[in-house]
Design a protein around this ligand. Structure first.
Ligand SMILES: Cc1cc2nc3c(=O)[nH]c(=O)nc-3n(C[C@H](O)[C@H](O)[C@H](O)COP(=O)(O)OP(=O)(O)OC[C@H]3O[C@@H](n4cnc5c(N)ncnc54)[C@H](O)[C@@H]3O)c2cc1C
Length: 294
């Protein structure tokens, strides 16, 4: 690794001042699971490394204003085991449980996973399906951006070099909403997905038709993505085999995967169709189950 200055600020103000001072020659470190590898490979060569581990108050999970708020320094393991998340957004808690191994989940953070912006990661897919918001702050003020507008390219986001990602706000789904995250793992249980799909379907309980639908995919493009054309096709419709087939074909067209060790681009695109179909059907059935039980 290159030599670098190492800072461990105790307050957010101290940290933001350092960020302002160093600009894009500084790197923030949360769990370090992605960053240290990139530094060892010299893909990232920071002049200053600023650790977040002493910052207070950024690892909480709480409910307010119809949303669950996840602090940026909450670990994946903390999210997976949070009773609040398990009760309010069980599919999101389950998604964190499907990341890597428990050793990684014990240190990797919710904020680090989003800021890293690797399109192969799992949590961004489910967070997109839940229409999550990203909260950021700098010495110039704070802002909130919909996750769907946050990722711009491979490992690129709208986060500015002077900004700290402080947390995520995840709206609690409306009644009669079903949701699912499917991770297609043909190799080993702790691998990255060959394709990941999450879907939420809110139905009108009197007719069973879809009121709102969100479909998100990972590992099939330069960013995690929403299949918005497929969503539009499904909204207002009743569940049918023909609709599922048509929606999955449209979603497939939005993918642009790479050939790699987890499959060829054409295989991933085919699997994206299969998994969109399964995810939509399962989310819809969960939503119908809420009507039967109410
Ligand atoms: C062996 C292995 C297996 C893995 N398998 C999976 C998998 O199956 N599924 C999956 O989803 N992921 C997987 N990952 C990726 C893992 O989820 C990420 O490495 C992790 O989420 C990054 O979080 P971190 O806290 O360690 O971030 P760090 O490594 O500390 O930081 C990552 C990036 O985010 C920036 N950053 C961190 N926190 C903030 C913040 N609060 N504000 C602004 N910028 C910030 C850093 O500057 C850096 O650029 C795996 C990683 C490893 C090493």
């Amino acid at each position: 690794m290159n030599p670098f200055h190492y800072y461990t600020p105790d307050t957010q103000d101290e940290l933001l001042t350092l960020l302002q001072q160093y600009g894009d020659s500084a790197k923030l470190m949360a769990g370090g699971t992605a960053l240290v590898i990139m530094m060892k490979q010299r893909l990232v060569v920071p002049e200053a490394l600023i650790s977040l581990h002493r910052l207070p108050g950024l690892a909480a999970v709480r409910e307010a204003d119809g949303s669950v708020h996840l602090g940026a320094l909450l670990t994946h393991r903390g999210a997976e085991l949070s009773p609040l998340l398990q009760a309010r957004l069980p599919v999101l808690a389950e998604t964190y449980r499907h990341v890597a191994t428990v050793r990684i989940r014990n240190v990797a953070t919710v904020g680090g996973s989003i800021a890293h912006a690797d399109p192969n990661q799992d949590p961004p897919v489910t967070l997109l399906a839940f229409d999550a918001r990203v909260q950021m702050t700098s010495t110039a003020g704070s802002r909130e951006v919909p996750l769907v507008d946050f990722f711009t390219d491979y490992y690129e986001t709208v986060l500015r070099p002077d900004e700290l990602l402080t947390g995520l706000r995840v709206p609690i789904p409306a009644p009669h909403t079903g949701s699912v995250h499917l991770k297609f793992l043909p190799r080993t249980a702790d691998d990255y997905a060959t394709v990941g799909v999450a879907a939420t379907v809110q139905i009108d309980p009197s007719t069973g038709t879809c009121q709102t639908c969100r479909i998100a995919l990972g590992s099939v493009g330069s960013t995690p993505l929403r299949a918005q054309q497929a969503e539009a096709l499904v909204q207002g419709q009743a569940l049918s085999t023909a609709l599922l087939r048509e929606a999955s074909a449209v979603a497939q067209q939005q993918t642009d995967p790479l050939n790699d060790t987890r499959g060829s681009a054409s295989y991933k695109r085919a699997m994206a169709g299969v998994f969109v179909r399964r995810a939509l059907e399962q989310a819809w059935q969960h939503a119908m189950g809420t009507v039967a039980g109410s």
